[in-house]
Design a protein around this ligand. Sequence first.
Ligand code: FES
Length: 185
Amino acid sequence: MPSEMAARQPGDPERREFMAKAVSIVAGGAIVSVPVGVGIATLVSPIFGEGQGGIKIRLAAVEDLPGDGSPKLYQVVAERTDAWTKYPEKPLGSVFLRKLENGGVAAFNSSCPHAGCSVGFKSKEEGYYCPCHESVFLLDGSMGKFCVSPRGLDSLEVDKDRLKDGEVWVTFQNFAAGIEEKRAI
Ligand code: FES
């Protein structure tokens, strides 16, 4: 079971702008710009206790996603507070969200399953690209023709009930790199 976490959108425009700038991606020698958002989970338990169930977090409204089916990248950041202390924010990873023709939303962890580099997006035709060892993944996350990764991009669970209300909630998890099996870590 994923940990249920209260989530909110960041209220600090300066920070949001910084995060957006930080995610220009070098792919194949070219900078690829993808729209970027941030989801912040406010945790009431230690971040490191998240376990294998993942963290359920609101990343976007469906209407925030490009209508043409291109992905949008969301950084996942956790902040933790208790009665006395607010702990520093901790980036957990990032997620590509993409509107599907059937009304659903696909979510992929942007960490490359080969060795954990950040995967970028080139175009709907060329798909996703990992610059570390030049692996290509198709738009649906599967392995492209040139791909040294042992598996396709790791899909993440999207909450179907919340999707009906126009909200995109994802169970964020990281997975072991370098193996064929999709194993949560
Ligand atoms: S880390 Fe992505 S191809 Fe090697």
